[in-house]
Design a protein around this ligand. Structure first.
Ligand code: SAH
Length: 226
């Protein structure tokens, strides 16, 4: 009985500790650096990032840096997730496609705000783990697919917004094609190992117009050889 009480106390203490860290992260790393969208700040105040990263890096979950998530991949630092989410101007009634599920964190942040999230991961192990973790956190509006995101998700297109979290050398044409009129895409573009450009694209009257947002460094966009 004493042991059970002690363990319960530890769990409560830990949950509280992470909640405090999350509050600090939102205030110091996001709000103070210019993230203004209330829905984004609210979502990131809510999503338990520490439950989506591997256990061995859990204690760093709310630190201002990317973290390893297995298969040589990384989850972006919280600020980059917030910036990319804010730039697509997320709204309740939107359907959003993400390429690069990774830990599932970006998908969860989106799912707090928009109606439907579709996310594609090329590594089966990562995709299945994210799908399981997102389900256990209670998300019902996220669909995970294993495969090469280059081809997008044609059956569910068009999308109101597309977020790409790995860097291709050029913007994949199928993703441009699957963007709805007035839709926005945020994507890092550039060569592996070099500084890449974070690009915001918008489809206006059928034309895809892009502008530079900032310099970034993402993991490379991989291609399925099949
Ligand atoms: N958004 C993720 C971070 C992803 S890191 C998160 O919130 O945790 C980028 C991810 O893109 C990696 O998991 C990598 O395996 C995946 N990836 C790379 N190329 C891909 C492709 N062509 N299709 C789908 N996923 C890809």
């Amino acid at each position: 009985m004493k042991l059970i009480c002690f363990m319960l106390l530890v769990i409560v203490f830990q949950a509280d500790h992470f909640k405090n860290q999350r509050e600090l992260m939102v205030e110091n790393q996001l709000a103070q650096r210019g993230i203004k969208d209330k829905s984004v700040l609210e979502a990131m105040r809510k999503v338990p990032r520490h439950l989506l990263v591997p256990e061995k890096v859990r204690k760093y979950a709310y630190d201002d840096m990317p973290l390893p998530i297995g298969e040589g991949q990384t989850i972006s630092q919280p600020y980059i997730v917030a910036l990319m989410t804010e730039l697509i101007k997320p709204q309740k009634n939107m359907k959003v496609l993400e390429i690069g599920t990774g830990s599932g964190y970006q998908a969860a942040v989106l799912a707090e705000i928009v109606e439907e999230v579709y996310t594609i991961e090329i590594f089966e192990g990562l995709g299945l783990r994210a799908e399981r973790d997102l389900k256990s956190l209670g998300y019902k509006n996220i669909q995970v697919r294993i495969g090469d995101g280059y081809k997008g998700w044609p059956e569910a297109a068009p999308f109101d917004a597309i977020i790409v979290t790995a860097a291709p050398e050029q913007i994949p044409q199928p993703l441009i094609d699957q963007l709805a009129e007035g839709g926005r895409m945020i994507i890092p573009v550039g060569e592996e190992g070099k500084i890449q450009q974070l690009i915001l694209g918008e489809k206006i009257k059928g034309k895809f117009k892009t502008r530079f947002i900032s310099s970034v460094r993402f993991v490379p966009f991989l291609r399925d050889k099949n």
